[in-house]
Write a protein that binds this ligand. Structure first.
Ligand code: NAD
Ligand code: ZN
Length: 356
């Protein structure tokens, strides 16, 4: 038990007060833990896109930290918070095919803890909403115990924090250490990747390791491609059809292209990017009748608490490279700079050091 168990604590957190405005570092109050909750001291967090508006709110869902000790965590345990939790009891947890847990599944609109429908953060009595059950842009956060993966304490948290969301998603997707593969490319297959941020580049790396013979990357950012076309990829005659494609852009047109560019008869397209709320996916049904498969996944169909520790081990055994995805580092006070780098298409992952 930590010395502050049962007490309100104060710490610094980056609060989003309204849409389109910079985050403000505030001193906030963090309420004592309720049933099945843990408090985490966040040491490093990184930016992964996917914010939805609900204010005031503490964003952030990709991070590494230290458990404060309740339930099955010991004080000092090294952990990665995860946005899609695992209760180990519901029908999804019991199925080997799903990670869409009833209670703790990803829900970008929920801003409260599930035990009592309240927030644990506040400022001068005003409640501040949570995000994805993790809210890692805070020195201390509260999560459900089902949203915490305990990892090897020797793993450097400033590196493996990127495995708490984006990078794990596609490594697993492409079949590295997966218990369930969503679209494992076979040796010699051809792969198209849409969106060349950290998630798309990790997908390309996974495809390369799986032995793909040809990998094409598609992006709108001129710094990330070397051939430009004036029509969607699937309409460019000189471009071949792919045995699989992965959409990592979060754009509905890229999703449609990703599906329509896979080969009839066997092609599989996997959606990973998170679309806008009002987007609708439109394609002619003949594209499906022609024996193409369309799939989507959160977290590469992974059971995070169970599987993340083994992905961390892969990094420790030098089977996975993470450093090349980490392009920038900033202190917590510079968190808005990290957003500018991400939105400007300059960074892959920017690590925010909470300690200063
Ligand atoms: P990022 O913003 O760093 O990269 C996205 C890239 O897509 C950018 O290079 C951008 O220029 C490109 N892009 C945008 N529109 C495009 C279009 N129409 N066609 C081609 N490229 C386009 O993001 P990231 O961190 O790499 O994450 C990628 C996506 O994956 C995001 O939508 C994120 O929310 C999502 N994500 C999903 C999961 C999951 O479990 N499903 C996990 C992590 C991230
Ligand atoms: Zn993420």
């Amino acid at each position: 038990m930590s010395a502050t168990a049962g007490q309100v604590i104060r710490c610094k957190a980056a609060v989003a007060w309204e849409a389109g405005k910079q985050l403000v570092i505030e001193e906030v109050e963090v309420e004592p833990l309720q049933k099945m909750e843990v408090r985490l001291k966040i040491l490093f967090t990184s930016l992964c896109p996917g914010q939805t508006p609900l204010f005031p709110r503490i964003y952030g869902h990709e991070a590494g930290g230290v458990g404060e000790g309740v339930t099955d965590l010991q004080p000092g345990d090294h952990v990665l918070p995860v946005f899609t939790g695992e209760c180990k009891e519901c029908r999804h947890c019991k199925s080997s095919e799903s990670n869409m847990y009833d209670l703790l599944r990803i829900n970008t609109d929920r801003g409260v803890m599930i035990s009592d429908g309240k927030t644990r953060f506040s400022k001068n009595g005003q409640p501040i909403y949570h995000f994805l059950g993790t809210s890692t842009f805070s020195e201390y956060t509260v999560t459900h115990v089902g949203c915490v993966a305990k990892i090897n304490p020797a793993a450097p948290l400033d590196k493996v924090c990127v495995l708490s969301c984006g990078i794990s998603t596609v490594f697993v997707l492409e079949g590295l250490g997966a218990t369930l593969n969503v679209a494992k490319p076979t040796k010699g297959s051809t792969v198209a990747i849409f969106g060349l941020g950290a998630v798309g580049l990790a997908a390309a790396e996974g495809a390369r390791i799986s032995g793909a013979s040809r990998i094409i990357g598609v992006d709108l950012n001129a710094n990330r491609f070397n051939e430009d076309y004036d029509k969607p990829v699937q309409r460019v005659n000189t471009i071949m059809l792919y045995s699989s494609s992965t959409e990592c852009a979060g754009n509905v047109n890229a999703m449609i292209s990703a599906f329509e560019c896979v080969h009839d008869g066997w092609g599989v397209a996997v959606l990973v990017g998170v679309p806008n709320k009002d987007d609708a996916f439109k394609t002619h049904p003949i594209n499906l009748l022609n024996e193409r498969t369309l799939k989507g996944t959160f977290f590469g169909n992974y059971k995070p608490r169970n599987d993340i520790p083994s992905v961390v081990e892969k990094y420790m055994n030098k089977e996975l490279e993470l450093d090349k995805f980490i392009t920038h580092q900033v202190s917590f006070s510079e968190i808005n700079k990290a957003f500018d780098l991400m939105l400007g298409g300059q960074s892959l992952r920017c690590i925010i050091h909470m300690g200063n």
